[in-house]
Design a protein around this ligand. Sequence first.
Ligand SMILES: NC(=O)c1ccc[n+]([C@@H]2O[C@H](COP(=O)([O-])OP(=O)(O)OC[C@H]3O[C@@H](n4cnc5c(N)ncnc54)[C@H](OP(=O)(O)O)[C@@H]3O)[C@@H](O)[C@H]2O)c1
Length: 312
Amino acid sequence: MKAVQINNYGGVEVLEINGNVQTPNSSSDRILIEVYAAGINPIDWKVRAGYLRDLVPLTFPATLGGDFSGVVVWSGGDAVDFKVGDNVYGQGGLLNGGSGAFAESLAAETSKIAKMPKNLDFLSAASLPLAGVSAVQALEDHIKLGKDQKILIHGGAGGIGHIAVQLAKSKGANVATTVSSRDMDFAKSLGADEVIDYKREVFENLLKGFDSVFDTVGGEITNRSFQVLKAGGIIVSMAQKPDGELAKKYKVRAIGQQTEGTPQRLNRLAELVDNGLIKVHIDKVFALDQVKEAFAHLEKGHARGKVVLKIK
Ligand SMILES: NC(=O)c1ccc[n+]([C@@H]2O[C@H](COP(=O)([O-])OP(=O)(O)OC[C@H]3O[C@@H](n4cnc5c(N)ncnc54)[C@H](OP(=O)(O)O)[C@@H]3O)[C@@H](O)[C@H]2O)c1
């Protein structure tokens, strides 16, 4: 089968498209899936660059890719929830016990996948898992966002941010979001009540007394966000563990989230999509053979929503 692999860490130049990779082994709790599409996330280039090598050292050649959608071609043993022919989606990357999603076939752990949303195409489904689960975990499990609460979402046009804005609006929250100038109309179309141009405006001067902040950007943005919160509020950051001293000073809870794509969260995401509460926006689709262009596109920034590889 064909797969995108690396033989050492580095830039886009280390990406290889290999045509004679062995179909991965399945087992009682790893089912075999024919991959139709695979979403690309910032973590994919961080893995490729070697930033996570201490956490999860790769054995080369390593097949890249996590988010996928596809069809089950072999299911046995413990995989009672899935049968051959099911449309599934989830996380099939090496970091999650899978064989890598940028490939024509994938073995994925049953604890990292779920049935695809019913009325969604494969490209959209492959774009959802990590970004969608990140938003669900932050807003529902950590923040427990409720009606009329005020939330600031940083990076509201990005992969995670654009899902989070829609999820927050579906709960009746009052949503402010930071985006670049070119994404202001897009963020409004997602339902955001207040859209702030992060390059021209200072968000902490405009927003006060917020119940929560969901930060998908990190760095100084995380620290500055404390000023927006009221006492008893909460900040969840995707990019780093927020400063504990600042949390004490502002009397708020601060969480650095590690996203976990459980079947429960993937099923919840599918329910939100099936109920029309969340739509994934695809910025650009690339063929598997164009994987270098796809990574370069994502890494230069300014993608609106998601970048995805069409594999079948
Ligand atoms: N901890 C975990 O488990 C976990 C899981 C998933 C993702 N992550 C991390 O979460 C982060 C976001 O992921 P993603 O997939 O949403 O990335 P993304 O699609 O690249 O989105 C990031 C967004 O942030 C915007 N942005 C950049 N600087 C900003 C600023 N100063 N103020 C407001 N917005 C700004 C970008 O806009 P422009 O490009 O137009 O500037 C972009 O739309 C990444 O660092 C990723 O690695 C962590």
